[in-house]
Design a protein around this ligand. Structure first.
Ligand code: 13P
Length: 248
């Protein structure tokens, strides 16, 4: 049985002081239950958040990492550095990184291997543009991303993986995929995992939906059978909004 998993992606928002304030306010509202919760914050906030969420069940995640162990890569952060802080998750291949920072399926694949090698659970993001959906190519696009991104990952790694379906046209636009559209693609992703691995693994893998998830649409999305959770951008920045999504 898959446990629902709600993760916030803060993107490039909040200073450390603001992050700690968020944690204090959120923890006043949060009651641990059967939902996994994580906050994926900018690198500089991770140590403070780890401390603030200690013993509460709220996990922390990064939003990117480099695929090499170390080296002359100015401005980059390694998996070791994240693991030392106790980072539990790392978003990999977010469409904003693919679009603005030259992330490719090849680098995404290397990063997935690197994350697992350091016991960091990846949240792999895939999704199509509006143009691709309008052309009826959304399934092919997502399939191609998955086949390339997942190359060489073991069965055990796949079992622990989280995949986030984030249609690019729904990110930060206020235009959510309908629960049916989101469910259909999450189901298609599960079928692809089944095809690449096996039925057991496809039943275990966590598949989130992301793109304009808000308190007003969270319940409907989360009640869909193929959707196991949400990757939440804007609405994860305010404790009083994020808690409503966590308590969907
Ligand atoms: P919004 O929830 O702000 O649309 O962002 C979604 C997202 O990109 C999460 O990774």
């Amino acid at each position: 049985m898959r446990k629902p998993f709600i993760a916030g992606n803060w993107k490039m928002f909040k200073t450390t002081a603001e992050a700690v304030k968020f944690a204090e306010d959120f923890l006043k509202l949060y009651e641990k239950d059967d939902v996994r919760v994580a906050i994926c914050a900018p690198f500089t906030q991770l140590a403070a958040l780890k401390k603030a969420f200690e013993g509460t069940g709220v996990a922390i995640g990064a939003q990117n990492m480099h695929f090499a162990d170390n080296g002359a890569f100015t401005g980059e952060i390694s998996a070791d550095m994240l693991a030392e802080i106790g980072v539990n998750y790392c978003i990999i291949g977010h469409s904003e990184r693919r679009q603005y920072f030259g992330e490719t399926d090849e680098s995404v694949n290397k990063k997935l291997h690197q994350a697992f090698a350091h016991d960091i659970v990846p949240i792999l993001c895939v999704g199509e543009t509006l143009e691709q959906r309008d052309a009826g190519r959304e399934y092919d696009v997502v399939r191609e991303q998955l086949v390339r991104d997942l190359e060489g990952l073991s069965e055990i790694q796949m079992r622990h993986m989280t995949i986030a379906y984030e249609p690019i046209w729904a990110i930060g636009t206020g235009r959510t995929a309908s629960p049916e559209q989101a469910n259909e693609m999450c189901g298609a992703i599960r079928d692809i995992v089944e095809e690449l691995y096996d039925t057991d693994i496809s039943c275990d893998v966590t598949i989130q939906y992301g793109g304009s998830v808000k308190p007003a649409n969270a319940t409907e999305l989360m009640n869909m059978p193929e959707i196991d959770g949400a990757l939440v951008g804007g609405a994860s920045l305010k404790p009083e909004e994020f808690i409503q999504i966590v308590n969907f």
